[in-house]
Write a protein that binds this ligand. Sequence first.
Ligand code: AMP
Ligand code: ZN
Length: 501
Amino acid sequence: MSDIRPVKIYNSLSREKEVFTPNNPGRIGMYVCGPTVYNDVHLGNCRTFVSFDVIYRYLLHIGYKVRYVRNITDVGHLLDDGEDRMAKGARLDQLEPMEVAQKYTVGFHDMMRIFNTLPPSIEPRATGHIPEQIDMVQSILDRGYGYEKNGSVYFDVIKFAKENPSVYGRLSGRVIDELLAESRENLKNQDEKKHPADFAIWIKASDEHIMRWKSAWSVGFPGWHLECSAMSTKYLGKTFDIHGGGGDLKFPHHENEVAQNFGSCGCQPANYWMHANMLLLNGRKMSKSEGNTISPQELFSGESPFVSKGYSPMVVKFFMLMAHYRSTLDITDEALLAAEKGFRKLMETNRLLQNMPADPGNFDGSESETDRAILALIEEAYKGMDDDFNTAMSIAALSELGGYVNKLANNQLSATEVAPWVLERLKSVFNTFIFDILGLQDESAGDSNGTVEGLMELILDMRSNARAQKDWATSDKIRDALAEAGIQVKDGKDGVSWSKQ
Ligand code: AMP
Ligand code: ZN
C-alpha cells in the first residue's frame, strides 16, 4: 500500500510525532472512548468526537480501510462519591438506568448528526459486553495481577508496576509515589484494597445498586476502565493501531486500560495513543461534573450569558477545526465571531470557484507562476493533515487559495493565468477538503448560488433601516415572518445575525 500518503501521528506513549505504520498494510483499527450517557453531551465531548471524526475521514480519504470503534459507556463509570453515573441519572430523571442510557444515546447521536460526523463502524455498549469483561477479570486473576476481596476484584497496581516498570506510568508519566497521593477511585471501598493505587475491575453491588450481573465473585458490575479493554480487544484484536480519547482520560482511564490489557495478555493494546485537548470555557475545562458547560443548543440559540448571539453548528465546528486537536481551545464570543466570518467566506469562495468556467478558452498552454503557487498551496493543505492532522494548517492553506479564487472572480487575475487542469484540481481539492475531510456542510444547502444568504442580507438591511427610523412595527413584522419561516433573528452587540431553527 505504498501509494497511501505517509502521515505522522503524535503518539502520547512516546511523546513524539511518529511516522504512522499500521499493523496490517492498508488497514487501521481505531478505538475512541465514547460518552458516558447519563446526561446531555456537552461541547467539550463534541470537540473530541469532531477531532476524531476528521482523523477518521482523512485516513479514509488517503485510502485506508478503517474499522472505527467508539463505545457507549452505560455502566460502571462512578462519580467521586462512588455513585454510578447511570444510577445518578436514573435517580434524577426517575427512570430505569436503561431508559437513561437510551435517552442520552439518542441525544448524542442527534448531536453527532448535527455536527455532521460519520458514524463509527461499531458502537459497542458496555452493558452488552459483560461476559467479555468477566473473562478479562478472570485472565487478570489467572496471571496474578488481580485479587478478590469480599466479592470485589482489584487490579494489583503495585505488583504490576514492579514487574512491568516500562509499562505502568508510560502513558501518563505518573510514578508510583504520585499514584499513592492521587488515586481517588472507589474511596468507599478503600479499605478493601491492598494499596490506594489499586483499582476495581469488578465491584460487588450493594443492595440498592440496580445495575448488577452474576459472576464467580459476586453479583456486581464491572469497573469503568474494563469495558474499553474488553471491547477494543474483541473488535480490534489484542494489539491494534490507534486508541484515542480526550486528554483528561490519559489518567487514570487509559493508563489502567493499558495495565488491564497487559495484565490479561502481556501485550500493549494500541501502538499509537492519541489525545484530543480540552475545550475550555472562560479558561477552565468544560466539564459535566463541575457544571462549567455550555450546551450545544445554548450556543446555537445564543441563550447563554457566555455569547452575544447564536452560532450555527457548522460555524461551531469550523471554530473547533481552526485549532489543532492537540491545542486547548477556549470558547470566546470574539473567536466565534471570527470563525463565523471565516466559515461564510470559505463557503462563498467555494461557490464562486465551483461556478467558474472550466476552460478559459485563450489559455496559452504554459504553466504560470500562479499555477505553481496554487499547486504548492494545495500540497500545503495536504501536508497540514499529514502532519498529525493539523486542520489549522490546512484551513490556512485553503484560505490562501481562496485569495486566488477571489482575484480570479474580480478579474484582478486573468483566467488565462490558471491552466484548466489546475483550476479543475483546485475545484476538486476545495470540495474534498471542505466536505469530505473537514466534514463541513454548506448551511445554505439547496442554495448553491448563495441566494438565501443574499436575500437574508437584503431583508435584514430592510429591517435595520426600519429600526433606524424607529419603525418598530415593520421591524417586528419582518422578525415574526422570518420566525414563521423557521429563521431566527438575533440582535447582538456586533450586529444582527440569523440562523435556521
Ligand atoms: P465522558 O462522557 O465524560 O466520558 O467524555 C466523553 C469524551 O469526551 C471523552 O473522550 C472525554 O475525554 C471527552 N471530553 C470530556 N470533557 C472534554 C472537554 N472539556 N474537552 C474536550 N473533550 C472532553
Ligand atoms: Zn475508554
